[in-house]
Design a protein around this ligand. Structure first.
Ligand SMILES: [Fe+2]
Length: 286
């Protein structure tokens, strides 16, 4: 069993690095940590980076998770190999681009590029200090496209240590620690990251962002609303190349690991929002 300690980063390709970074800093409210050739590192909390935009294909998405020890990374490589996943071991120059000591990379059953990193860098003791105060407290989870949520739930729960917190239709919300979910599988015809979540400090930040984004003509795709699953209040909006960003606050924690029983919610707008907001995304229009 692979023990994922926490979600760590997202790396996204873009053919227009400057405008993607401008959106990430001036709209989302991330801090530019550094620019390194064709890569720009951004952070949403005190870690070295939580998002990296690089010059490349906008369909090129990677999610990184941290594992705690070198032995665990080694064992994870062997386990993935046994389970039939091709595992590549990061070379030194690739470790530099991830700012970690060692990492491995593989694809989940839907074809999503996943990386496991060991000893990712801290940010050198400097506070996260963005130029736009969106109230972000941390990078917290991703929505991950799944071409078969039942199959992929089996992968994440049997090969990794993910546990189902709730289901929306066939799609599980998966936790790897006490936070209700760090991975939300989302039914799709192709792999990729469906959304990127940053937690914000409170409902004031959600509502302030709603007005801020509307004034700037940013497309709101869902919310403001409240998830009946995690209890989090949310706002989703569209970023570069159709990537959806989410702010949310108040996500529940599951502290009674043995006593928690996942609940079933419908794959309808009501399953995603208990206030009545309707998602304006393709999967609900088809
Ligand atoms: Fe989310």
């Amino acid at each position: 069993m692979i023990d994922l300690h926490d979600i760590r980063y997202v790396h996204l390709g873009t053919p227009d690095l400057d405008s993607a970074v401008e959106f990430a800093t001036k709209v989302v409210g991330l801090q530019q940590a550094r620019r390194d050739g064709n890569r720009v590192y951004l952070r949403g909390d005190n870690r070295d980076h939580t998002l990296c935009y690089f010059e490349g294909d906008p369909a090129d998405h990677t999610v990184g998770f941290e594992v705690s020890t070198a032995d665990m990374l080694e064992a994870a490589g062997a386990e993935l190999d046994n389970a039939g996943h091709r595992v590549d071991y990061g070379r030194n120059d690739a470790c530099d681009t991830r700012r970690c000591q060692r990492f491995i990379t593989f694809r989940d059953p839907s074809g999503n590029r996943i990386e496991l990193v060991w000893r990712p860098q801290d940010n050198g003791g400097r506070r996260y200090f963005p130029t736009r105060d969106a109230g972000i407290t941390d990078f917290s989870h991703v929505g991950l496209c799944s071409t078969d949520p039942v199959r992929d739930e089996a992968f994440w729960t049997r090969v990794c240590n993910a546990r189902v917190s709730d289901w929306i239709g066939d799609a599980p919300l998966l936790r790897i620690d006490e936070v209700h979910h760090k991975i939300a599988l989302f039914p799709s015809k192709k792999p990729g990251i469906q959304h990127i979540n940053h937690q914000v400090a409170g409902i004031d930040d959600i509502m302030r962002a709603w007005y801020f984004l509307k004034e700037r003509g940013v497309r709101i795709v869902f919310g403001p609303g409240r998830h009946p699953t995690s209890g989090a209040m949310f706002l989703y909006f569209e970023g570069p190349h159709g990537m959806i960003y989410e702010y949310s606050t108040g996500v529940s924690r599951i502290t009674d690991e043995d006593g928690h029983r996942p609940r079933q919610f419908p794959f309808t707008p009501e399953g995603f929002c208990m206030w009545g907001s309707k998602p304006d995304i393709a999967e609900f229009r088809d």
